[in-house]
Design a protein around this ligand. Structure first.
Ligand code: DX5
Ligand code: ZN
Length: 223
């Protein structure tokens, strides 16, 4: 089993001082920077693009940047994000007509690749591409906004995907995104996740280290 990764979503950070916010959350023990890209088309909100990713790299951020594309179409922007310093690029199957080609494109650009499943999106998109995945991201809210509540059916979906990953024998991280808090991270881990996105749970508190430490303590209890 992969080590646990805590991936703060900068969607809930203070964008007026983003570099500092990212430095602070990494110093507080985060493993990965979760970078939410929205286009006001695939989801009803508009956020940040490759320029901001590049700015974080220029600022000195060396941690992996986990780019979650909530956009349609996907392919045109992938090389831009790779050049801007993305480490992992994930996208929704509904955002790409040719998901195998998009996964290949992400790898050709030198990044790790993953597919994202909305709460209502079936898992059959995994059927023929497990060998091309470095990450599977399950949404536990409908994408577009931070601060929503965790949808409980995501737990059963996590268990199903954990089984698929274990059966496949491939090294694929299982990430969960939406409504992750100190008080539910343990059962999310027990259902099979190893990568935990948390936006409002971390950035809405004054002490990021305390939240991350509390999350790790809960994760340790899940075994
Ligand atoms: C939602 C985004 C999430 C979001 C999570 O569309 O993909 O990454 O920022 O925020 P919280 O942790 O507040 O649910
Ligand atoms: Zn996200």
């Amino acid at each position: 089993m992969n080590p646990n990764w805590i991936a703060p979503s900068i969607l809930s950070a203070n964008f007026a001082k983003l570099g500092e916010e990212v430095d602070k959350v990494l110093a507080a023990g985060a493993d990965v920077v979760h970078f939410d890209v929205m286009d006001n088309h695939f989801v009803p909100n508009l956020t940040i693009g490759p320029l901001v990713c590049e700015a974080l790299r220029k600022h000195g951020v060396t941690a992996p940047i986990d780019v979650h594309l909530m956009i349609e179409p996907v392919d045109r922007i992938v090389p831009d994000f790779a050049k801007a310093g993305a480490s992992i690029i994930t996208f929704h199957p509904e955002g790409s007509v040719h998901i195998d080609r998009t996964l290949q494109l992400i790898h050709d650009c030198g990044c790790k690749a993953g597919l994202v499943f909305n709460p209502g999106t079936p898992l059959h998109h995994l059927d023929y591409v497990m060998d091309k995945l470095d990450m599977i991201l399950l949404m536990s809210v409908n994408p577009g906004f931070g601060g929503q509540s965790f949808i409980p059916s995501a737990l059963d979906k996590l268990r199903q995907v954990r089984q698929r990953i274990d059966d496949s024998g491939f090294d694929i991280r299982l990430e969960i995104d939406g409504g992750v808090k100190v008080d539910n991270i343990r059962e999310i881990k027990a259902a099979g996740a190893d990568t935990f996105v948390a936006g409002s749970a971390i950035f809405n508190q004054a002490d990021y280290k305390k939240v991350i430490d509390d999350m790790r303590a809960e994760l340790a209890k899940a075994g």
